[in-house]
Design a protein around this ligand. Sequence first.
Ligand SMILES: C[S@@+](CC[C@H](N)C(=O)[O-])C[C@H]1O[C@@H](n2cnc3c(N)ncnc32)[C@H](O)[C@@H]1O
Length: 392
Amino acid sequence: MRAMNDAIPTVRLRNPWRSNHPWIFQKLVDKPVSKPKPGSVVDIVGIDGDWIGRGFYNGHSRIALRILETDREVAIDAGWFARKIAAAVALRREVLQLDAISDAWRVVHSEGDGLSGLVVDRYGDLLVVEYFSAGMFRHREWIYDALRAQFPGCRFHAFADEHVQKQESFDFRGSEPAQPAIITEHGIRFRADPAGAHKTGFFADQRDNRQWLSQHVAGKRVLDLCCNTGGFGVYAAVRGAGEVVGIDIDEDVLAIARGNAKLNDARVKFIQADIFPWLRDAGQRGDAYDVVILDPAKMTRDREQVIPALKKYLDMNKLAMGVVKPGGLVATFSCTGLVSEDEFLGMLRRAAFYAGRTVQVLKVSGAGPDHPFLAQVPESRYLKAVFCRVLD
Ligand SMILES: C[S@@+](CC[C@H](N)C(=O)[O-])C[C@H]1O[C@@H](n2cnc3c(N)ncnc32)[C@H](O)[C@@H]1O
């Protein structure tokens, strides 16, 4: 296993480093004279020359090093990727038994699976690969081989966000757009379309939350705000809601949402609108619902913008509370990683205060267990979910 280890460059830290976080920032790293290409595998040594680990180096990125391996005897080669990806798949299949529930799950959740900068979602035979680091992009052929071994005959759709490509300094126009896949989750069918919808094409992270909420909707009036491709709304209709309205600002995802309702012979009224004016009008009309879902898009990835993001959450949650019947349920979410659960709950408290409603929190949760995060990398926990009842 040592073949590659002997050939790789060494990168030295300039300050003592005591942490088990996989990222080491640029200011801590001595620029190596050999200038390894962004995403190359290197050995990392401390200020006194002691070996720390092995991982990706990127001289252009703020995250200069991503530690992948801390056993000196283990090379990072095709076999390493094959073992790591096999372990991630085994977690989903053998431990979590996800095959019994769905054929749409996250196969790799970056640091949470020890693969910093790689996200893979699986929708039936379609594997959607998203790169967040130059290192993962650079080693993509090993990644595809490892995935093919786990999912024989699979198709790929691969991409990277433009801001990631800039930050990490790599160029990727994305693969040929793949045809969508039809997936089944808790017996409900959805079209997962990475080329036509947001992010990887379907939000598998909400699986358990959709299922939980759908058990409290029979005969009820349900409002799904920021409904995207119809996840919560379609579940509610299938599980016997009396009436379901879904709102999203994006007509393209609503077209998929309408198709998803049809796939399940479910009736949902989808409306293209910005939730802010729509909720103001609905509140003024006295329109009220038994169950309201509010799952807006990520607000920011900039630490400086957390306070404005919380203000936006406050405004929309306050408005959403204004259209809930007394005794009704609210499921409210935040997928902004920089907003902590405490901050989100604090926002909810203020929203209830300004809406003049008493909010009883029933359950706080997050993404499904196929989105694990390491205790030492709390920032990979992004989704916060709060289920509550509006008492009066
Ligand atoms: C995280 S997704 C919701 C996922 C959805 N709950 C599901 O299960 O698939 C967020 C959605 O919010 C929509 N959105 C963002 N801002 C909005 C606004 N002001 N009004 C309405 N929809 C909005 C986006 O178009 C996107 O589809």
